[in-house]
Design a protein around this ligand. Sequence first.
Ligand SMILES: Nc1ncnc2c1ncn2[C@@H]1O[C@H](COP(=O)(O)OP(=O)(O)O)[C@@H](O)[C@H]1O
Ligand SMILES: [Mg+2]
Length: 444
Amino acid sequence: MSTVVTALGHEWEARMVALVDSLPGIDVGRRCVDLAELVSAVAAGHGDVALVSLELRGLDRDALHQLDLAGVHVVGASAEGDEDSERRLRQLGLTRVVHLGTPADELADLLGVARRGPAPGAATLAGTVGAGPTSTGGVAVATDDPQAGPPRPTDEPPPAPEAGRARGRVVCVWGPTGAPGRTTVAVNLAAELAGSGVPTLLVDVDTYGASVAQALSMIDEAPGAAAAVRASEAGSLDLPTLARVAPEVLPGLRVLSGIPTPARWTELRAAAVEHVLDLSRDLAPLVVVDCGFSIEDDEELSYDTLAPRRNATTLVALEAADEILVVGAGDPVGLQRMVRAVQALADLPVVAPRPVVNRVRASAVGSDPQRRIADSLRRFAGLERIAFLPDDPASTDAAMLAGRTLAETAPGSPLRAALRELAGALAGRALPRPSRTGSRLLRR
Ligand SMILES: Nc1ncnc2c1ncn2[C@@H]1O[C@H](COP(=O)(O)OP(=O)(O)O)[C@@H](O)[C@H]1O
Ligand SMILES: [Mg+2]
């Protein structure tokens, strides 16, 4: 026997409920009127399956993630013949979608499942809902394998990333509080790689102080990450949409700019950001992510499980990353913060970070600063293979003032040379001679 908890569009809710109730081995437990009621009903164990429709206010990837964590299977429902709703439900990540006209035996198959254990993605913030799908004539059928790994968001491949093309790598640029230079590193690494022939997408997900758009003089109205996330939550994010909101600002360099003011951080919902990053891999072979600093799990700080979480955005980005650069400032306070940051990272399911010490100068740590810094980072955090970036305020100031990259404003600077070397290490090859980065699109 499985129990279905419903939260559906009121015009056809009664018909769907009657249909479901008539199925053998299935009954309708609770008929919820809104998302809050649904979430508390499933959290209290009142059902095995949540049947939801788009009319439910607030139904987005985050909400589906919450339902998934509560251990219920989520099935999307729409009125008969409403193909648009079906498509959008699938784009939200639902692999099982039914409607009023779904034949009774199929409906029973899709709804007749046992309550799962804790969701596989529960500890990792990854995934949305449902297990891996197989498809039967328009109605996707889940494998119902409770052991299935963290589920992927959708069963429909995004429109044609070139057949056979490998998916892009995600490189997160992260670091502790204190403005160690994450944005400077992210922007210029992305620019160097793009300039040397690796099409790159730079994504700003900093929920505390997004500044990529300003660093690159992008127009304030650039829709950016907030628009991509909105599209994801509305179930309409696909590759052309992502490309549209991530314009090319330099040849080979697309930018998905961050939220225009920190006060709008609630817009960057984690599950949607995860979807955006996943799709980004089809837009560019390299995705560089400028992250916020904090990774405290704010979920633990809040009793409201549906509340947006400011740091979750950084957490999902780090968990998605194929490579993480931890940027620390090359002074005693910055280095100590960097050690703590690396220790905090060790508790997360993420790849081992690559340390980058920025603003390296003898005046802050003593003579032979690289050796001193390497010694203390090895001793206190076991870090090796450190990339050092020199303190170079003249170059960064000039770049900031112009709203351009170091390649454009300080091509011969020591900082640019060091960043180029780091970019080569990321690309797995020394970069060729710099090409002239010419035209500027979408600049202020
Ligand atoms: N290597 C460097 N030398 C001198 N100044 C730097 C260097 N890297 C960054 N800065 C400056 O430090 C400040 C903070 O950099 P930013 O990249 O915005 O940090 P974050 O993104 O970590 O907050 C900016 O004024 C930037 O120009
Ligand atoms: Mg920044």
